[in-house]
Write a protein that binds this ligand. Structure first.
Ligand code: PLP
Length: 361
């Protein structure tokens, strides 16, 4: 088995040599002019990638913390959670454990979020916040932000919209300002192609204003504390500077490739993977109207022995995904994001083919 198998799991994703090198640059002080130059470059790049003028906060912890940053700074009446997989379910749990008036709308796992059901619940006027996961990493379901945006903007303009884009930000086009997303969050170990432990969010002005009226948010996740330091081009606490250097490198790579080319490439990699699965007699786990561009979830209808395939792929230098939680062995996922390009994907699927032939599938 290879000591460092190339990661083909949907996070953490493979980190390429250039990014590893950027992570090892010398440290700088976090209250110096140098850090502010770096932060300004990062914020400017991220705003372009997210098509937004909203403020961008850089945080040195997992995205799970940002779920609570979003809710603690916004929920007054109540929060409605769309739940269509493991991560959206955990986010709802986080709101329940914060003591918010929380309700969930449950969708089948593998489905996208249906606008009409969200509409029905928001019309009860019980909620001032709507929270959802754009790309459910557990099932490969990418929901349609366009139609949700139309409905929210036309019928519920006062509702604050929180969106988890942990496995889609930087891998799919999300036009924050045009869609009207108040809070978009992600960590860096998926489509950003960096190690875990660092996160990014965009925050609308009206969310900052709303936060001013909310008490007892604690200190660590208070948007007003972040905002104060954002205005100085700093972060409230000592940040992970290696991540910041790596992010700078990644942003340069993204602009060298070009945004539209990048989104298109992800769509092509997704299509290639889906065709491969279909040609191999498997079915897609995810509903056809919610297929993700950053990962593909395959229903193992052919009953391949996923553990055996895993062993063989490890010997060929790859770490595969064997399915999330209750779907282990029954559905497995192929990521095509981060530092995975078409050539990497083709190499991986060729290795997968060799294993399938060897196992006589
Ligand atoms: N949201 C989604 C959609 C995820 O896939 C994950 C992790 O896989 C998370 C949130 C949690 O991210 P983190 O581990 O950075 O807290």
């Amino acid at each position: 088995m290879s000591m460092n198998p190339k990661l083909f799991i949907p996070g953490p994703t493979h980190v390429s040599e250039d990014i590893l090198k950027a992570l090892s640059k010398p440290q700088i002080g976090h209250r110096t002019p140098e850090i502010s130059v770096l932060i300004n470059e990062l914020v400017d790049g991220i705003q372009k990638i997210l098509y937004t003028k909203n403020n961008i906060y850089l945080v040195s912890h997992a995205a799970t913390g940002l779920w609570e940053m979003g809710t603690r700074n916004s929920v007054t009446k109540g929060v409605l959670h769309a739940v269509n997989g493991a991560f959206s379910s955990k986010w709802a749990l986080s709101s329940e454990s914060c003591g918010f008036n929380t309700e969930r709308i449950d969708f089948n796992w593998g489905d996208g979020i249906s606008m009409s059901q969200v509409d029905r619940l928001l019309s009860t006027n019980k909620f001032n916040v709507f929270a959802m996961v754009h790309n459910e990493t557990s099932t490969g379901a990418m929901s349609n932000l366009e139609e949700l945006s139309d409905m929210l903007n036309s019928k519920y303009p006062d509702v604050i919209w929180l969106v988890d884009a942990v496995s889609s930000m930087a891998g799919a086009k999300i036009e924050v300002d045009r869609l009207g997303i108040d809070f978009l969050l992600s960590s860096t170990q998926k489509a950003w192609g960096l190690p875990a432990g660092f996160s990014i969010c965009s925050v609308s002005n009206r969310l900052i204003e709303l936060s001013k009226s909310i008490e007892n948010k604690g200190y660590f996740l208070d948007i007003l504390v972040y905002e104060k330091y954002f205005q100085k081009s700093q972060t409230p606490t000592t940040p992970s500077i290696p991540h910041m250097y790596a992010l700078k490198e990644m942003i340069e790579k993204i602009f060298n490739e070009g945004l539209e080319v990048r989104w298109e490439r992800h769509a092509k990699m997704a299509e290639y993977t889906r065709n491969w699965a279909n040609n191999r007699g498997q079915k897609l786990f995810t509903s056809l109207n919610a297929l993700s561009n950053t990962l593909t979830c395959i229903d193992n209808t052919q009953n391949w022995d996923i553990n055996k395939i895993n062993e063989q792929l490890l010997q060929r230098g790859y770490r595969m995904d064997r399915g999330y939680g209750k779907y282990r062995g029954k559905a497995f996922r192929i990521p095509h994001m981060g530092n995975i390009y078409m050539d990497d994907l083709i190499d991986y699927l060729n290795a997968f083919e060799e294993v399938l032939c060897q196992l006589k599938y």
